[in-house]
Design a protein around this ligand. Structure first.
Ligand SMILES: Cc1cc2nc3c(=O)[nH]c(=O)nc-3n(C[C@H](O)[C@H](O)[C@H](O)COP(=O)(O)OP(=O)(O)OC[C@H]3O[C@@H](n4cnc5c(N)ncnc54)[C@H](O)[C@@H]3O)c2cc1C
Length: 415
C-alpha cells in the first residue's frame, strides 16, 4: 500500500484497510510508531479531496456504535472545523503570508541561520531533528510529532511561529491553509488566547520512546518544566465575517458549460457536479516553484500534480469529454483562453476554500466577466452545513456535528 495515498484508487484502498481497525483508533492514535500504521495517513487525499470526509464518516457511523468511533469522528471534525473557522476569517491566511514575507526580508542573520538549521533537522536536539528529517524525506509527520516540533520551534527555539508554519506548508503533502495555519496558531497560544502547547520529554517518552531512546542529545532542552511559553503577538484581523452563501446545486441554464477542476476538490464525479454535461474539463494551477509564499518543496509540487492528473483522468472517464491541464504563471488568463477556445458560456467549479486557489478568484472573475462567461461556484451541502456550525468553539461545533451525524448517518446526500 502507498505510504501516503493520493489518488482516488489508492485512497479508497487505504481507507478499506484502515476501516477494519477503526474501532482501535482512539486507543492507538496518539502513539508515534515507525510506519504510522496506527493512523490513517489519509490527510493528503482529504486535502485534495480525492476522498471526502463524508466517505470516511459514513461506514464507521453505519457499522459501529457511536461511542466506539467517536474519537475518529472528532478528529475528522477538527479538519472541518478549522476549514469553517478560516472561511469566516480570511485575513488570518493573508496575514500569515504577509508576515512570512516580512520576516524573510527582515530577519537578523543569526536568526535566519537558526531557522535554516532547525528546519533542516540540524538543531542539535536529536528527537526534534529526526522529526524534521522525516518531514523532509516523506512529506508526512504524525499529529503528535507535529505538535512537539511546532512547540519546540516556538517555545524552545523562540522562533516566529509563522516561519515554522511555512516550513510545514512547504514540505507536508497534506499542507492545508486551515489545518496548518490554525494548528500553529493553537500551539502559539493564539487560537485559544493565552493557552499554549508545551512539549515535554516525558510525553515523548510515553508516546514515542524510540525517538528519545535512540539518541538523547539535546533532550535537556525539552525536559519537563524547562520551557517557558512565548506569548506570540496577534497580527491578523480575527473578526468573524459572514460566510459566502454558495448554491449547493448547479442551476439549470442550458448553457455550454465547462468544469474548472482545482486542488481543493478533485471529485466532481461524486456530488452536485456529477450530472453535468460539460464540453470540457480543465485544471489550471499556479506555477508553484516560482511562487514565493507559500512555496512548496519539489515533492509537494509532484504530489499536487499527481492528484490533479488523477482527478482529470477520472473526470475524463466520467464525463466523456476532453480535458486540459496546464501550469502557468497566470492561470486566470489560461482559464479565460480555454473558455473562449471551447465557446463556453459558463464555467462551473467547486467554491475553493480560503487558500491559494481562492486567491485566484478575483483575476479569474475579472477575466471571465470581460469575456461574458458566467462563473458558477458550488459548495457541497455537507461543507456548507459544517461551516455554518463552526461559528464558535470546537466543542460546541463537535456536539452539533455529532448530533447531526448520528441522525443523518444513513443519508449523506452528497454521496
Ligand atoms: C502544527 C500542526 C500542523 C498541522 N498541519 C496540517 C496540515 O497542513 N494539513 C492537515 O491535513 N493537517 C494538519 N495538521 C493536523 C494533523 O496533524 C493531520 O491532519 C494528521 O496528522 C494527518 O495524519 P492522518 O491522516 O494519519 O490522521 P488521522 O489520525 O488518521 O486522522 C484522520 C483525518 O482527520 C483529520 N485530522 C486528524 N487530526 C487532525 C487535527 N489535529 N487537525 C485537523 N485535522 C485532523 C485529518 O484530515 C486526518 O487525515 C497539523 C497539526 C499540527 C499540530
Amino acid at each position: 500500500m502507498t505510504f501516503l495515498p493520493l489518488t482516488r484508487h489508492d485512497a479508497l484502498k487505504a481507507w478499506a484497510d484502515f476501516l477494519q481497525g477503526v474501532g482501535q483508533y482512539a486507543k492507538r492514535r496518539n502513539h508515534v510508531e515507525p510506519l504510522h500504521r496506527n493512523v490513517s495517513r489519509l490527510s493528503a487525499a482529504l486535502r485534495f479531496r480525492t476522498l471526502l470526509e463524508d466517505e470516511i464518516l459514513r461506514a464507521p457511523l453505519q457499522e459501529h456504535p457511536f461511542h466506539s468511533v467517536e474519537k475518529w469522528v472528532q478528529e475528522v471534525c477538527w479538519r472541518r472545523y478549522w476549514k469553517g473557522w478560516l472561511e469566516r476569517r480570511p485575513d488570518v491566511w493573508d496575514s500569515w503570508r504577509r508576515r512570512v514575507r516580512e520576516l524573510h526580508e527582515t530577519l537578523p542573520e543569526a536568526t535566519r541561520q537558526r531557522v535554516k538549521a532547525v528546519a533542516a533537522g540540524e538543531s542539535g536536539v536529536a528527537c526534534m531533528d529526526e522529526i524534521a528529517q522525516e518531514l523532509i524525506a516523506t512529506g508526512y509527520v504524525h499529529n503528535h510529532a507535529r505538535m512537539w516540533w511546532a512547540s519546540y520551534w516556538i517555545h524552545a527555539e523562540r522562533l516566529p511561529w509563522e516561519l515554522g508554519a511555512d516550513v510545514f506548508y512547504r514540505h507536508l503533502l497534506d499542507a492545508d491553509p486551515a489545518s496548518n495555519t490554525l494548528s500553529w496558531r493553537w500551539v502559539a497560544g493564539l487560537q485559544t488566547p493565552g493557552k499554549t502547547y508545551l512539549v515535554r520529554a516525558s510525553n515523548i517518552e510515553k508516546y514515542a520512546p524510540d525517538l528519545l531512546i535512540s539518541n538523547r542529545a539535546g533532550s535537556e532542552r525539552i525536559a519537563d518544566g524547562a520551557i517557558a511559553p512565548v506569548i506570540a503577538p496577534e497580527f491578523a484581523n480575527t473578526t468573524r465575517q459572514a460566510l459566502i452563501d454558495y448554491p449547493a446545486v448547479v442551476p439549470t441554464s442550458g448553457r455550454r458549460v465547462g468544469i474548472w477542476l482545482h486542488a481543493d476538490d478533485l471529485l466532481p464525479e461524486v456530488g452536485p457536479l456529477a450530472n453535468l454535461t460539460p464540453v470540457s474539463v480543465a485544471a489550471f494551477s499556479q506555477e508553484l516553484d516560482d511562487c514565493p509564499i507559500p512555496a512548496l518543496s519539489e515533492r509537494s509540487i509532484a504530489a499536487q500534480e499527481e492528484a490533479l492528473a488523477d482527478g482529470l483522468a477520472r473526470t475524463a472517464a466520467h464525463f466523456s469529454c476532453p480535458t486540459e491541464q496546464s501550469t502557468h504563471a497566470d492561470p486566470a488568463a489560461c482559464l479565460d483562453a480555454w473558455a473562449s477556445k471551447h465557446g463556453l458560456e459558463e464555467v462551473v467549479a467547486f467554491a475553493p476554500t480560503v487558500g491559494p486557489v481562492a486567491d485566484l478568484l478575483p483575476p479569474v472573475r475579472q477575466r471571465l466577466d470581460k469575456s461574458g462567461v458566467a462563473l458558477t461556484l458550488i459548495r457541497r451541502a455537507s461543507d456548507a452545513h459544517a461551516f455554518e456550525l463552526s461559528g464558535t468553539g470546537f466543542f460546541p461545533f463537535l456536539e452539533k456535528m455529532s448530533r447531526h451525524l448520528r441522525h443523518q448517518k444513513t443519508l449523506f446526500p452528497d454521496l
